[in-house]
Write a protein that binds this ligand. Sequence first.
Ligand code: PBG
Length: 315
Amino acid sequence: MRSTPALRALRRETRVSVEDFIHPIFVVKDRAAAGPIAAMPSIVRLRLEELDREIETISSLGIKSVLLFGIPTRKDALASAAVAEDGIVSQAIRRIRKQARDLVLITDVCMCSYTDHGHCGIVRGEIIDNDQTIECLAKMAVSHGKAGADLVAPSAMMDGQVAAIRGALDAAGLTDTGILSYAVKYASAFYGPFREAADSKPAFGDRRSYQMDSANAREALSEARIDLDEGADMIMVKPALPYLDVIRRVRDAFPYAPLAAYQVSGEYSMIKAAAANGWLNERDVALESLTAIKRAGADVLITYFAKDAARWLAG
Ligand code: PBG
């Protein structure tokens, strides 16, 4: 059954397709903040005006979903720019929606790129105030929903954030705005390059008081169940490749739940760096990784390789 390509295709159990991809996009307000991200080759922080071309490329490759991250001009302790009615992400949504009516627009809902201290929530002393934070997250989600987001994706790992967001969306009449919950998100060193992209490195401490301990897998089932009970429409495991066992466990425990996996910045940059040195074949390693993540049980792949992988898959 392995002797020819055609036989191997018959035997193949997992197929990665462009329809599986969600492409992350970083949007900035300031010209000065726009441009390449050193730790993430080929990934760029885009100004609003630069979105049009990017969306055209993404759409022409057949990618059907994007995940938007906003980086505001001004950061402060209360993440004011995150809860503003017409913040950078809402402006991006309105602009993209005019151009690409059917593109699935998903927004990251978290405070970390909006706070001056870089934590994912409102801080009291050096403690994150969970309940004050979820109110902010709910306001932020409503502003994205009003602008036309299809799904909001809370990633702050605060307790009760999905319920708070669902309640606020419904109260605002946004009953059709869905929630992709970063339900199982580990405190991971693999987010290193992203923190350069979002300028969100914590000024003190780390994220271990809210993100999960990488040693835990059973806890993932609890996190997933809570978020599904609170009204998540899709859940996520993040990072992806170092946590294939977790993806598999969540998939088996919740066979009915749409499941995404996030191949994070560090996973991307490791492959890029090795490829740039001629040590690994970028295309083959990236496609093998994405196939492994899907084989482990993910339905949907959030990946910085989305554009390249779409080209590779098209042959
Ligand atoms: C926001 C957020 C992070 C990532 C996605 N949403 C950073 C973090 O939690 O520190 C990481 C994505 C990546 O590394 O590609 N909280």
